[in-house]
Design a protein around this ligand. Structure first.
Ligand SMILES: [Zn+2]
Length: 105
């Protein structure tokens, strides 16, 4: 996996010439193809689109929606906690495993 974008025209690497903050979650990049024969130049946006793990020092007014993967992980974790917290339900679903509490003998 590469940490850069290739030129859509010649396939060489696009180099960041300069950049500036467009907002607190978007950076505007000015890219230029490293192939001097091509010289393609363009503007790009690097945007924060999904939260994977929420910040421990969340700033008021910053909202980046949770990713579907992160939401599913949080839901799975919650379900696992519920299973541990409610052992009675597990026992009831398997009556054969229950001890005979009212064994008349
Ligand atoms: Zn190029």
């Amino acid at each position: 996996m590469s940490n850069y974008i290739n030129c859509p025209h010649c396939g060489e690497r696009l180099k960041v010439r300069t950049s500036r903050d467009a907002s607190s979650i978007v950076r505007e990049l000015y890219l230029q193809c490293e192939n001097v024969q091509c010289a393609f130049t363009c503007k790009a946006h690097l945007a924060l689109v999904n939260t994977i793990a929420p910040s421990m020092v969340q700033k008021k007014g910053v909202y980046i929606p949770m990713s579907r993967v992160a939401e599913k992980r949080a839901a799975d974790k919650e379900n696992a906690v519920n299973q541990i917290g409610l052992p009675g339900l597990d026992t009831m679903s398997h009556p054969r495993d229950m001890p005979h509490l009212n064994n008349s003998g």
